[in-house]
Design a protein around this ligand. Structure first.
Ligand code: ADP
Length: 306
């Protein structure tokens, strides 16, 4: 069996009185596009920080390309590139100088120049390459952070909420670059609040909730195994009292639109319509829809994303 790109085994992390991670285990196959999802406070950043050597686990092991993050820190750093969430620095170096410096830090010399130039061009930083970093706008600084994370062409690329607060153009540039690296065989680990993004891009997904993995599978299987679908009904009068059998299945009532969650095997639409007729409740329209990752996420974590 080939070695996984990321191997996470029974990770626990406690901060004073907060148990941030409780026995997290999963593997990310080499060359895959993997999504790490979960509501705020689920432990995603903590896990990524442990992987990047910024925080120590209380217990457990993480290996990146076979290197133990707590023992082979240098090798791990070489195999990993983390595009961080936040803008962290102000520097007096120019964009180009910073990337050369970062490249040198990884022991990469002149042979890496072509890749640096390509990164600068791909991220539309050409006009800014001789600009001093602290003078750049927030959006441009973000582009530099992406270039910095990728300067050594790491085998495993971690994108931590990369599109939060990012304009449409940078989002497109970032996804083009990420898809290209994925195509070239790099492993991508993405955390995002945008479940549609995750559903479209990720082959496999882990959902974390309160420091535990609550779902781990291919994106398709996670959605397909969800045993519910939804029925939307437009009520003629939204102030009517709904019978218990309907109330039990109600997900929301927004204006006149009532959404019900139906179990695929146990609930029959005909029975529910019968309940409406029996209670003398009229409606103007009805439709069913299939769940997406968003609905599965809400059902598993009990929380709306974002
Ligand atoms: P996520 O990235 O999924 O939003 P985090 O990993 O940031 O979640 O946080 C997980 C839990 O750990 C939260 O309850 C958070 O408040 C707590 N936490 C994270 N970092 C620290 C820290 N440095 N000190 C104390 N508690 C922390």
């Amino acid at each position: 069996m080939t070695m996984p790109a990321v191997f996470i085994s029974d990770i626990y992390k406690k901060f004073l009185n907060v148990q941030a991670l409780s026995g997290v285990s999963f593997e990310i196959g080499q060359g895959s596009f993997f999504g790490l999802l979960g509501p705020n406070g689920a432990g995603k950043s903590t896990l990524i920080n442990i992987m990047a050597g910024l925080t120590r686990a209380s217990q457990g092991t993480i290996q990146v390309m076979g290197n133990d993050v707590s023992k082979d820190w240098r090798k791990t750093r070489f195999a990993l590139g983390v595009v961080p969430q936040e803008l962290v620095y102000d520097s007096f170096f120019t964009v180009h100088e910073m990337l050369k410096l970062q490249s040198g830090y990884f022991g990469l010399g002149a042979s890496n120049r072509a890749w640096i130039d390509e990164l600068i061009e791909t991220l539309d930083l050409t006009d800014k390459s001789d600009e001093i970093l602290y003078r750049l706008s927030g959006g441009m600084k973000r582009r530099v952070l992406i270039a910095q994370a990728l300067v050594h062409k790491p085998q495993v690329v971690v994108l931590d909420e990369p599109t939060a607060g990012v304009d449409v153009e940078l989002r497109r540039v970032l996804w083009d670059l990420t898809k290209r690296l994925h195509k070239e065989g790099h492993t991508i680990l993405l955390t995002t609040h945008y479940l549609e993004e995750a559903e479209a891009l990720c082959e496999r997904i882990a959902i974390l909730d309160q420091g535990k993995v609550v779902a781990l599978d291919s994106t398709k299987a996670i959605v397909e195994q969800f045993p519910y679908r939804f029925l939307c009904i437009n009520l003629k009068d939204s102030s009517v009292k709904l019978p218990d059998v309907i109330q039990e299945k109600t997900v929301s009532l927004k204006g006149s639109e009532l959404t019900l969650r139906l179990h695929r095997k146990e609930d029959r639409i005909a029975d529910l319509l019968e309940a409406f007729y029996a209670a003398n409740i009229s409606f103007t329209d009805l439709r069913t829809y299939e769940p997406g990752l968003e609905e599965v996420f809400v059902a598993l974590t009990g929380k709306k994303n974002g």
